[in-house]
Design a protein around this ligand. Structure first.
Ligand SMILES: [Zn+2]
Length: 443
């Protein structure tokens, strides 16, 4: 006779991360959700019991910034949904947010949405989208309305790339922020000062690449935008902040806006790699925009980790051949892959302090909360079983790119297993799940 269990699976005897602390608790799940949390000790009847002794049980990680199937014309980023989500699963990421292709007119929205939706059927993990605009000269309210009606309450803008017609005008930025203030829509911004980049006037080489998009251009632009937010309010989210000085500035001058009107994202590459890589023969491999910075800026970034809200990867890898094809920096496809190692790299540097930046904070800021980002009854049963003692030697990855910027780095702390909505995706470092990722509708 088949016995019917109330719970489909339990994680027992682990250190469970809740409200910023660890508790010795057992978690029970059924119907893809967390249904009971009790102090460890007595095990309840359950179909499958997983022992997590000496392991950390963390909420599934959220990467709010990935580029999958990014098409740059001559180049297309290496990962599709299958390979990106597989790499993500090995890194403990159970939800990521990808970008729709930038549009300049409202009427382009459904086409880019449909295109993106058609790419996602092979996703192992859950996903959501951000709308993105290039040099947008259309009705802001209408765009945000239809984006939200499609479960996408976030729009990304660029203050640079005028050469590829992506740069938006400041009048439009103000319109987006005014709308954000009314509708609580999140405005993401790639902040680099376009004029300073145009006037940088340096050689088009890898060695000079950082000076062609200098730290000052980020700092200047962030200050400019913060001033606008101070006036208009709304919600502005700075993607991939590279400089500790940018964060210091925000914290010194605009502290009262942080966490309310201004949010800060940074990426693992800016903590682990510096612009010195550009002086090496294989410097091409590390090209991305904005560039890697000086070790001085990197130190400051680390000092200001507590001010940073989220860690996204800006995952956008290309192959070694593609990265090495040209000598001119302007012709090299920009981007790195970080999905698989993001958490381990950051945990290695900061320990438990980093957990919320991969879970609770992105869930709240990007409106995935309380479905995602937290271990509590009623939330999705997404977990990472993490061994904080195990040493991870990074030698290969599950990305389709052969260019792994973290090769030969050793971290302490390893994602052992990843669970998505009550089922193992990765178990003891082996892929065991299938492509059941779902679109997460955000209000
Ligand atoms: Zn990006």
């Amino acid at each position: 006779m088949k016995k019917d269990f109330k719970y489909s699976m339990s994680l027992v005897n682990g250190s469970v991360y809740r409200n910023g602390k660890f508790y010795l608790e057992d978690i029970y799940m059924s119907d893809q959700q967390i249904t009971k949390i009790v102090p460890s000790g007595k095990i309840l009847p359950c179909k499958k019991i997983v022992d997590c002794t000496n392991k950390l049980v963390l909420p599934g990680f959220i990467d709010p910034h990935v580029h999958i199937n990014l098409d740059l014309g001559e180049f297309k980023s290496s990962d599709d949904y299958e390979s990106a989500s597989k790499a993500a699963a090995f890194g403990g990421i159970t939800t990521f947010i990808d970008f729709l292709e930038p549009i300049s007119y409202v009427h382009g929205f459904y086409e880019v949405l449909k295109k993106k939706q058609s790419e996602t059927k092979t996703s192992y993990i859950d996903y959501a989208f951000h709308t993105a605009v290039g040099n947008f000269n259309d009705d802001v309210d209408e765009l945000i309305k239809i984006s939200r009606e499609s479960g996408i309450p976030s729009v990304k803008l660029f203050t640079t790339y005028s050469e590829s017609n992506r740069k938006i005008s400041y009048t439009k930025i103000e319109e987006f922020l005014k709308n954000s203030n009314k509708t609580n829509t999140l405005i993401l911004v790639h902040a680099e000062n376009d004029e300073m980049i145009i006037n940088a006037n340096v050689e088009d080489t890898v060695e000079s690449y950082e000076s062609s998009r200098p730290a000052a251009s980020e700092i200047e632009e962030i200050e400019k935008l913060a001033r606008i937010v101070a006036e208009i309010k709304g919600k502005l989210y700075f993607v991939h902040v590279t400089c500790g000085s940018s964060i210091e500035l925000l914290n010194d001058k605009y502290k009262e806006l942080l966490g309310k009107n201004i949010f800060i994202e940074s990426c693992p590459q800016y903590f682990h790699l510096t612009k010195d890589m550009y002086d090496n023969d294989n410097g091409n491999l590390f090209l991305l925009a904005p560039p890697l910075r000086s070790s001085k800026e990197q130190e400051k970034l680390k000092e200001n980790i507590s001010v940073i809200d989220t860690i996204g990867t800006d995952h956008c890898p290309f192959t070694k051949e593609e990265k090495m094809r040209y000598k001119e920096a302007s012709k090299i496809p920009k981007g790195l892959g970080s999905l698989e190692f993001s958490f381990s790299l950051m945990y290695h540097l900061f320990g438990d302090e980093i957990i919320d930046k991969f879970t609770l904070n992105p869930a709240k800021i990007h409106k995935l909360f309380p479905k995602k980002g937290i271990i509590q009854v009623g939330s999705d049963a997404d977990f990472v079983i993490f061994d904080p003692e195990k040493v991870l030697y990074i030698d290969s990855s599950h990305s389709q790119s052969d260019n792994n910027p973290y090769e030969n780095i050793i971290t302490t702390g390893m994602v052992e297993s990843t669970i998505l909505r009550g089922e193992f995706l990765v178990k003891n470092r082996k892929l065991v799940g299938s492509m059941k990722g779902q679109f997460i509708w955000r209000e």
